[in-house]
Design a protein around this ligand. Structure first.
Ligand code: SAH
Length: 471
């Protein structure tokens, strides 16, 4: 991050704007909204600024720029179309230790203006560190569409109740829970739809009710599937609950970018690996789940893919139900579906594959799986497993009748930026995998669908064919 977004209190502060044209007036519009005392230095003023001057909203110094005009200013904006003047303003301002923005010239600026979504007192600043103002504006439009028009009124309403809520819930987690509940409540909807009548008494009732409920509060657990890795594949519910949880217990397969979507102050516990590289046992995870929930906390159990696909989600659900703890299960995109989309390998295809099986080969002991069925025709089999099980899978499938020429693909780190796809045949699979030095997590897809050649349609991926050539 090269720029830190900050919110400045500019009320009554002198801001000097050099330039009197349309570019200057765009900036001045924002500065006036922030109630700054705007001084414009320019021999002439355009129509918009003339009007503002004549209605007393800004002060006009009808002169060319000279460094003395900077005296007493807190912030400086250069918005002329003369590069030399902008340069002079930038230099003089920086020599005096003043923050300066030269419009559309990040190099001469010590601060830049963000794109703004204004639902005061809710204000959202969006920036791309000067790299693409157009992109910032597009994001602003997207955010504008997401946010209710009266969000600012809701923020102002909540602000009036902050002190009362703090008095009722002195502990931060309790208070956060109350406010989360508030924003999802009918009172909030009422304020958002502009009906303020009765909102205060409804709020008082809500606070009283929350207080008596808190005395007997049991925590809850969210079993959240966060998909195969790409954070854009999170569901909206997963995002909401990640934001809500007080504690996160997360697995090895969950990337940091997703953990970063959780509440900043939430406690984050990695149960994938302990510092000494030991796996945390399921028994220990169970203990952590129960302990935290019984303390009244909202616990997110965060898992790669889907919690109910080779994720031990069923066992955890059972445990929590038995303990009487409320559970919410959030489905995620399982690795096989993520890999199919990101590689362009369809899992079924008319005339090629009419069924798909997800199987785990972890600890495959030969006879624990129905290898004969898995080796049958017109199907796709996706193996979830450690790379170490590959040899056993190949041996079994060959023994149970699949030809050595049967097409297969290995998908390593599906949907991650460094995803790799290795295409080959069952007979050549081990050599292929060894040559590529496979890493975890990897899926093995067995079936004619892997040879359909649709993969080329998916942009930006690295595919290694059995011959070793890259496509
Ligand atoms: N619940 C998870 C699966 C957990 S089992 C899900 O629904 O996806 C762990 C196995 O899943 C790994 O050994 C690997 O085979 C597979 N896996 C998970 N994420 C993967 C990814 N991004 N790319 C490839 N395989 C993945």
């Amino acid at each position: 991050m090269d720029y830190l977004p900050l919110f400045f209190d500019l009320r009554g502060q002198r801001v000097l704007v050099v330039g009197g044209g349309i570019v200057a007036s765009r900036k001045i519009e924002h500065l006036l909204k922030a109630q700054a005392h705007v001084q414009v230095v320019s021999p002439e003023l355009g129509a918009e600024l003339t009007l503002l001057r004549d209605t007393g909203q800004l002060e006009h110094l009808a002169q060319a720029f000279e460094p003395q005009v900077l005296d007493g200013a807190r912030l400086v904006v250069a918005a002329t179309d003369h590069e030399a003047v902008n340069e002079a303003v930038s230099q003089a301002a920086q020599e005096r230790g003043l923050w300066v923005n030269v419009v559309d010239d990040a190099r001469r600026s010590s601060f830049i203006f963000p794109a703004i979504v204004d639902r005061s007192p809710m204000v959202i600043a969006i920036g791309t560190e000067g790299s693409s103002p157009t992109l910032a504006r597009r994001v602003r439009t997207q955010i504008e569409m997401l946010l209710p028009e009266r969000l600012g009124e809701l923020a102002a309403f909540a602000s009036r109740w902050r002190a009362s809520a703090k008095a009722v819930f002195p502990a931060l987690p309790d208070r956060l829970r109350f406010w989360d509940g508030f924003y999802a409540s009918p009172v909030a909807s009422q304020v958002l739809s502009g009906v303020l009548h009765g909102a205060d008494s409804a709020m008082q009732q809500q606070l009283d009710a929350a207080q008596s409920a808190a005395a007997t509060q049991l925590g809850e657990v969210y079993l959240i599937g966060v998909g195969p890795g790409d954070p854009d594949l999170l569901t909206i519910r997963a995002q909401q609950l990640l934001q809500q949880a007080d504690v996160l217990l997360y697995d090895r397969l969950v990337p940091q970018v997703i953990i970063d979507r959780a509440r900043r102050d939430a406690e984050k516990i990695n149960v994938g690996k302990l510092p000494g590289n030991h796996e945390v046992t399921q028994a220990h995870i169970n203990t952590l789940l129960l302990e935290h929930a019984r303390r009244g906390l909202r616990v997110a159990r965060v898992k790669g893919g889907d919690p109910f696909v080779f994720g031990r989600g069923g066992e955890e659900l059972q445990l929590l139900r038995d303990a009487g703890i409320p559970v919410v299960v959030v489905p995620g995109i399982t690795a096989a579906l993520g890999a199919a989309a990101s590689t362009g390998i369809p899992l079924t295809q008319r005339g090629v594959s009419q069924s798909v099986t997800f199987v785990t080969a972890t600890g495959a002991q030969g006879d624990s799986l129905d290898w004969r069925a898995l080796a049958g025709p017109l199907q796709t089999v996706v193996f979830y497993m450690g790379v170490g099980q590959l040899a056993e899978v190949v041996t079994q499938l060959l023994q149970h009748g699949l030809p050595a020429t049967h097409p297969v693909a290995l998908v390593e780190r599906a949907t991650w930026p460094d995803q790799r796809v290795l295409q080959g045949t069952l007979g050549g699979l081990l050599a292929l995998a060894q040559g590529a030095v496979l890493q975890s997590p990897t899926l093995l897809v067995v079936g004619e669908v892997t040879a359909l050649g649709l993969q080329a349609a998916v942009a930006g991926q690295q595919t290694i064919k059995s011959g070793g050539e890259r496509a």
